[in-house]
Write a protein of this length. Structure first.
Length: 230
């Protein structure tokens, strides 16, 4: 497999945005879909399953109240699920609408920021972007600190060393630019990414619990900050 790591071009922008949506939001193994799957197994969900089951049992003896309990518990569960999905979609909207992926060239243009793509070529020589990574100097006031962002690899090409090649390119660039520290953030739903960062020498520096509130229920997602001195 012939994979080339190169600097981003303007013609790559739409493909990068598609990758972001697939890898982070809509793909079967994306953090967005894994978060929805996680909701099925938290304690409040089991309470709602119990209430629904109780409604089914009651409906054997009295259809009206039993059906009401079933419908109410199901409606509550789905509304809660929709609330979580809206919060996940906000992440997509923030990146695309005025965020760094709205104009990749402008956002990652000023040195020491930079952006790379991984491109695979077919037998005919045509290239397809299968991954990307950005190095962003705008997220920290310290000019000697940069952030790894938008580390994305197409699911079809994961576990093939693409992520390692992209990450290495970003770290090498940061060192060339005399940066002193590099950091990044990732979530509880990205264990493979966390392992990759640790293999490259990043250390977990902190954890942030982000709660999605719905009525009295809080759905918590853990985000981890990793850093490395250069």
């Amino acid at each position: 497999m012939d994979i080339q790591i190169r600097r981003v071009q303007e013609t790559d922008s739409e493909r990068i945005r598609q990758l972001f949506k697939e890898v982070m939001i809509y793909g079967a193994s994306s953090p967005g879909k894994l978060a929805l799957n996680h909701q099925l197994y938290v304690q409040p969900a089991y309470v709602l399953y119990g209430i629904f089951s109780l409604g089914v049992l009651i409906s054997y003896y009295s259809i009206a109240p039993g059906s009401l309990i079933c419908v109410a518990s199901l409606a509550f569960f789905l509304a809660w699920r929709q609330r979580i999905w809206r919060e996940i979609k906000k992440y997509d909207d923030a990146a695309m609408n005025g965020g760094d992926l709205a104009d990749i060239g402008s956002h990652y243009g000023p040195v020491p920021s930079a952006f790379w793509v991984a491109e695979v070529q077919d037998s005919g020589g045509a290239g397809t972007v299968i991954g990307c990574v950005g190095l962003d100097s705008s997220t920290n006031p310290d000019p000697s600190v940069v952030e790894i962002r938008r580390m994305l690899v197409s699911p079809s090409y994961q576990q093939r060393g693409v992520g390692s090649s992209l990450l290495r390119a970003a770290i090498d660039h940061a060192r060339t630019q005399k940066m002193q520290r590099i950091f990044l953030s990732t979530s509880m739903f990205q264990p493979a990414a966390r392992k990759l960062y640790e293999n490259f020498g990043f250390f977990e520096e902190g954890k942030l619990d982000v709660g999605v509130k719905f009525c009295s229920i809080s759905f918590d997602i853990d985000f981890y900050v990793y850093g490395m001195q250069l």
